[in-house]
Design a protein around this ligand. Sequence first.
Ligand SMILES: Nc1nc2c(ncn2[C@@H]2O[C@H](COP(=O)(O)OP(=O)(O)O)[C@@H](O)[C@H]2O)c(=O)[nH]1
Ligand SMILES: [Mg+2]
Length: 329
Amino acid sequence: MTAGPAALAQAVRVGDRRALARGITLVESTRPDHREQAEELLRILLPYAGRAVRVGVSGTPGVGKSTLIEALGLLVLDRGHRLAVLAIDPSSARSGGSILGDKTRMAELARRDEAFIRPSPAGETLGGVARRTREALVLCEAAGADVVFVETVGVGQSETAVAAMTDLFLLLVAPGGGDELQGIKRGIMELADVVAVNKADGDLLPAANRAVAAYRGALQLMTPRHRDLPGVALPVSSVEGTGLDGLWDELLRRRSHLEAHGELAAMRAGQARDWMWTEVREGLIDRTRHIAGDLAAQMERAVGAGHVLPHVAAARILEHVLRDPRADR
Ligand SMILES: Nc1nc2c(ncn2[C@@H]2O[C@H](COP(=O)(O)OP(=O)(O)O)[C@@H](O)[C@H]2O)c(=O)[nH]1
Ligand SMILES: [Mg+2]
């Protein structure tokens, strides 16, 4: 990094996209000196963040997330917004960077000056990726993005991580009716503000409409995330563009409702607390590796061999870490 954090922050603030990309690279870096600069950068820029409409987009691979984000993204730009697309992909380490492939699928969006697309780094833990995505989101907002899509693949805990940093959660599903519904975890459905049944076009249209009815029925039986704002199911076609205006209007309607009823502020406050504890947790783990790596390895062997109980080993490691004077720094 050539420029210091203050100069970089200034460039990010005026919407310099290369500066934004460099800032995100900085927050993603694991080098301790970079981390220090990243924290300074975030400290300067945090006051300028927080005004965007943050939308989490999730769904299994192949359901059409990238295609939808491209089409919905262009619509959002047409309405005068500035957009950032971030991705959390815990599988990209294994698949060799599927989201990078997605970037080419969002070719038209990627060419637009008012849009910024950023794939997540591969090869990190989910905690690590989500942590940096949250920071990238701050930088994007400080750079002027007033709509942010955070995309994730429908596996494991990544939905929860995305829901913990966004205002609205869009679950994308394929037409297929009952069978599909079985495969989606109830907890994920309960997170959803909108379940969009994609590919509602051509031969798939009747199946998509049946799926919408099935999802509506299922949503009615669930406890909504916001009491007076039950989840809705809608048909869309990302290829033909049908239903996308309605989808965006629904997302905005819900966002306005949350804002007007104080729920958005409460949600964001909860997310900030959640972010703090995530940092405490991750920070403790980082420091434990740094300070008590040998002891931890020894305890891992002892626990694996059944010689020491896991909670006893954990207590011993924590005690060691917290006693070390380096833990103060
Ligand atoms: N018929 C139809 N195909 C779609 C639609 N949206 C996406 N697809 C196709 O589904 C496949 C997977 O799309 P992609 O956006 O890569 O899915 P992702 O893995 O969820 O990001 C691609 O071949 C798309 O062309 C749609 O609305 N209708
Ligand atoms: Mg994709």
